[in-house]
Design a protein around this ligand. Sequence first.
Ligand SMILES: O=C(O)CCC(=O)C(=O)O
Ligand SMILES: [Fe+2]
Length: 352
Amino acid sequence: MPVAAFPEFPTNVPTHPLLVVDYQLIKNGDEKEMNVLWKAATSLGFWYLKNHGAEEDVENMFDMGAETMNLPMEEKMKYEQGDEGSSFGYKAAGANAVDASGELDKIEFINVAKDDALAWPKQARRAYPSTVNDRMESTIIPFVKKSIEINDTIMSIFNAKLGLPEGTLQKLHSLDEYSGSEARTIKAPKNLPAERQALGAHTDFGSLSFLHNRLGGLQVLPPGIEEWQYVKPIPGHAICNVGDALALLSGGILHSNIHRVFPPPGAQAAFERWSQVFFTRPGNSVVLRPLSEASNMISEAVGKLTDKQKEALSPGVTSYDWFSRRIKNQRIKNRTGPETWQASRGTEQGRV
Ligand SMILES: O=C(O)CCC(=O)C(=O)O
Ligand SMILES: [Fe+2]
């Protein structure tokens, strides 16, 4: 895709600075850099990641996304994710609620399961449009593999910092088990009403998200702050964040923060907004609760919590059930009232 000359991110909107982590340094075990990562993951739960080497793969994914979104709607709808809580496939704009009132979302996306990318040319979870199949080898598999490698590196650092026996988190995210891990390519149309959410406030469902933005629009509500703030896209810097599964497994030490997407601010609003994500999620059978028996740090952290907080961190359901419940109850077709939005919530702790 030719890189359009986008207008600058405006200077007159509130932004939240993120810590910057150098992937090459953490990969090589640089103590200081691993401490920066740990600080980010245990405070806001978001950080920039530079030197990750996935830029070209991301550009190719945007091309795949454009080819897919340009298909006739009738063709895309053959691959729609459905209302049963499965995430893989196509999601049309307006299929999800963005809040308790049932206002509709404005984005369309295509989700490709890591299980399908890794099983290719066999089908593991579902079928996809021809534009996905045609780019599986050249584009999707390389992006998925690189993202897995990056998230695995980050996960092994968390494993050590949490004092877990070696390989504990990696085993819970084994490639051998089917999971909700997926690549997502998102398109928001240009010139959306500035005051309307494109994607509703949420915490991510899984463990780690590896996100790439060209235009602004992503906002976070940092702990202890009551004002939503933009995360400014920086060229070559991915935006990474912790999701609910790692927050639960770590007894709340790792933080899964609420975020949402608005149309790009200022002059950027006149452009389509594309984002590319890879979500790493635990194996379907993994039960979500703090790994207290495996780590003193986690058991001590849990020991300091109130009973209510403890209960919230131990839903005791599998990753599969957690994930399907959240997706299913966002779907507008399943909405009966504000309670459906409530039923879609994760670790947001009542902030939205
Ligand atoms: O488009 C973005 O910047 C964020 C997307 C996101 O939060 C999500 O898909 O979970
Ligand atoms: Fe998200």
